[in-house]
Design a protein. Structure first.
Length: 371
């Protein structure tokens, strides 16, 4: 979506109007996945894969086919470009989620350093972190420098306090750093240094760092499920709510599917299957949702055709359900805009009054939560 001109708009969380979310319960039930390192064979495979897919700018609004401009939606004031920086923080369930923070303006290098400083527990930007979220880097960690090399690798230099993390937090720390930096334009991988020395592996659990980390490293891996030796990692977006139940937000979860399957269709099937039990994630699809087809058009728009008897007329469909589809498709299809067909209807109206039957792009700020 980098080629399209867009109007910046509200975050996904701000656009939701489904009252049931405020109770902390999901639309169709609440369950979740606990995170745990994958088997060593799968871990090695993930570390060797290069490249990344990031959600680019846009809003949950129709993309005009003649100009490529996205129309903003919602009643609150739109967020201007550059006002926020997306970082990956740990929620009260121990899961990482993208959170759009208001950090001081500065040059690109300063902004990159600040985005990582925001990951420091009880750090300089702790006051900007919404309640229920926290940074995962050890208190006292300093980001000494961030530079981008010719291969689009972000080289990050920390002080020695970085090494003082708990062993159980090792993978979470790597995921948070990697997903925070690769969400920025022009960064495809991450390499870590501590006190002037390049890390070839993490100091406590020994996670290999001989290859730069990219988003293929995964995020919020499920603890349970079949071990697929010849597999592909896909990322799906489930829903969660803050501890007080007043704010809804999206959480990316990596799933493993058989290699060779269509990535987008496989990801949507995982979205329909729902999160694993226990942990705070919520179902966003109904038990009756099924995929008819997934087609990529010549104009780059991905058309997702679904059936669901609960919404026969494709009207007043929960926005959370439709937004999760858009986020999941964009994450697995190079930020492609998405249009949804439901029960054969070309007009699919969400509870946010957006017609998802027209091309819709993923938002620049997925979770712009109030403090």
């Amino acid at each position: 979506m980098k080629h399209m001109t867009k109007v910046r708009g509200l975050s996904a969380a701000c656009l939701l109007t489904v009252p049931i979310l405020l109770s902390g319960c999901g639309l169709f039930g609440s369950e979740s996945a606990a995170v745990d390192p994958p088997p060593e064979e799968i871990e090695a495979q993930m570390l060797e894969i290069s490249g990344s897919t990031t959600l680019d700018t846009g809003v949950f609004g129709p993309v005009a086919e003649d100009t490529g401009a996205a129309a903003g939606t919602g009643q609150q004031e739109a967020i201007a470009p550059g006002e926020r920086t997306t970082v990956y923080l740990q929620d009260s369930n121990g899961l990482l989620a993208p959170v759009a923070l208001k950090l001081p303006e500065g040059d690109s290098n300063t902004m990159l350093k600040d985005s990582l400083t925001a990951l420091v527990s009880k750090g300089a930007y702790a006051s900007t972190v919404p309640e229920g979220f926290s940074g995962v880097l050890p208190t006292g960690t300093e980001v000494q420098n961030v530079s981008i090399d010719k291969n689009k690798i972000a080289v990050v230099e920390f002080n020695s306090v970085f090494n003082e993390y708990k062993p159980a937090d090792e993978r979470t720390i790597l995921e948070a750093i990697t997903w925070t930096l690769t969400g920025q334009e022009g960064i495809e991988g991450v390499q870590l240094w501590v006190d002037g020395k390049k890390l070839t592996e993490m100091p406590l659990q020994g996670t290999p760092l001989d290859h730069p980390l990219s988003r293929s490293f995964g995020i919020n891996l499920p603890r349970n499920g079949p071990v697929l030796m010849n597999s592909t990692a896909v990322t799906v977006y489930f829903s969660a709510a803050t501890p007080d139940g007043t704010q809804q937000y999206y959480v990316p979860v990596t799933r493993f599917v058989p290699a060779g399957e269509d990535r987008v269709k496989a990801a949507l099937n995982e979205l329909i299957a729902g999160p694993e039990s226990a942990g705070g994630l919520e179902m966003v699809m109904t038990g009756g949702t099924a995929i008819d087809s997934v087609e990529a058009g010549q104009n780059g728009v991905v058309t997702v055709s679904l059936t669901d008897d609960m919404f026969e007329d494709a009207q007043n469909v929960p926005a959370e359900m439709l937004e999760s589809v858009v986020l999941t498709v964009a994450q697995n299809a190079d930020d492609a805009p998405v249009q949804i067909r439901l029960n054969g209807q070309e007009t699919v109206t969400g509870t946010d009054n957006v017609n998802y039957g027209q091309p819709v792009s993923a938002p620049e700020y997925v979770n712009a939560l109030a403090l």
